[in-house]
Design a protein around this ligand. Structure first.
Ligand SMILES: NC(=O)c1ccc[n+]([C@@H]2O[C@H](COP(=O)([O-])OP(=O)(O)OC[C@H]3O[C@@H](n4cnc5c(N)ncnc54)[C@H](OP(=O)(O)O)[C@@H]3O)[C@@H](O)[C@H]2O)c1
Length: 290
């Protein structure tokens, strides 16, 4: 099995490389210095050189607040690039897996969002990711569009790592208690994507993949800091505050919970947050290299 991944040093791209190596899958990851991901001809040349059996897009404009003042770059990376990839994959007749986000939803639904629910992003990042989903589906109806949520893990900066940094300099952290979602362990997501890429009956169109349990940001923070204290790492008390206490350039959907019944029915493992928490926090606390 050989897979071509767009994105190299990002959180998911890094874990795709680690998991592929562990599974004996040949994986080539191309970062921004190696390819212009908006250039369809460059993508076709890369496909010709690598001769992969599947393509995965792990590259995106992911700075949610930054996107509000950087619309052209957000749409270039989140719409134009995946559209070009979907076209190239269609041309080369290769499976294409594109990664999207819970932020295509407004966040006001009572209960988890299914693949059939109407989208209505509340920020520019979400609008650019939704434009990417639509462009991919139009260019390549066989593409898999995998919406994920609250991605965390050992490989890059994320909410869990930020908590440990904040706790090392403060005794109390104010964390929002009205944002709700399913933390998704990046290595588990990478594993699921690599499995999906090789499935004989790969799901086409939208599929939600996220962790096995939903929680608020403040409960997530409490669990992370308790694990850190167990491993001799930084600890701080968590004070519940509403999102309205933290004005940010980009609005956030309050309910980011994805319904993962479809992924579950297809046999994907959806690990609980606690399953990986202790080992991952221990590794972060010890500063272990990945
Ligand atoms: N993190 C989350 O909580 C979260 C939640 C929901 C959905 N997602 C989605 O999950 C996917 C992976 O996110 P992530 O957490 O791995 O993001 P990340 O750590 O910010 O990585 C972003 C990736 O995009 C690439 N990239 C950025 N700017 C680029 C440019 N100008 N040209 C080419 N490539 C560029 C980077 O390439 P280099 O390798 O060259 O640096 C990097 O590999 C994205 O589609 C994101 O929208 C993430």
């Amino acid at each position: 099995m050989s897979v071509l991944v767009f994105g190299r040093s990002g959180q998911l791209a890094s874990d795709l490389q680690h998991v592929a190596a562990a599974r004996g899958i040949a994986l080539t990851a191309l970062g921004r210095n190696e390819i212009d991901i908006c250039d369809r001809d460059a993508l076709l040349r890369a496909i010709d050189a690598v001769k992969p059996q599947a393509l995965i897009n792990a590259a995106a404009y992911t700075n949610v607040d930054g996107a509000e003042s950087d619309e052209a770059a957000a749409f270039r990376l989140n719409e134009t690039a995946p559209q070009a990839m979907a076209q190239a994959a269609h041309h080369a007749r290769l499976p294409f897996l594109h990664v999207s986000t819970d932020q295509v939803f407004e966040g006001t639904k009572k209960g988890a969002y299914t693949e059939a629910d109407a989208t209505n992003p509340v920020n520019l990042y979400g609008r650019s990711k939704l434009a990417g989903e639509l462009a991919v589906a139009a260019a390549n109806p066989e593409a898999s569009i995998v919406r994920v949520s609250w991605v965390w893990g050992p490989s890059a900066d994320n909410f869990v790592k930020k908590l440990l940094q904040w706790a090392s300099v403060r005794d109390e952290l104010s964390i929002v208690n009205d944002q709700y979602g399913r933390p998704t362990y990046s290595p588990a997501l990478a594993d699921a994507l690599l499995t999906m890429a090789t499935m004989p009956h790969r799901p086409h169109g939208l599929i939600h993949y996220a962790g096995g349990d939903a929680m608020t940001r403040s409960d997530q923070a409490r669990a992370v800091l308790a694990a850190s204290r167990t491993h001799g790492g930084p600890f701080a008390h968590v004070k519940d505050v509403p999102t309205s206490a933290f004005p940010t350039p980009a609005a956030r959907p309050l309910n980011a919970e994805l319904d993962v019944s479809k992924a579950h029915a297809l046999g994907f493992k959806l690990p609980l947050f606690a399953d990986s928490l202790s080992d991952c926090v221990a590794a972060i606390v010890k500063g272990l290299p990945r």
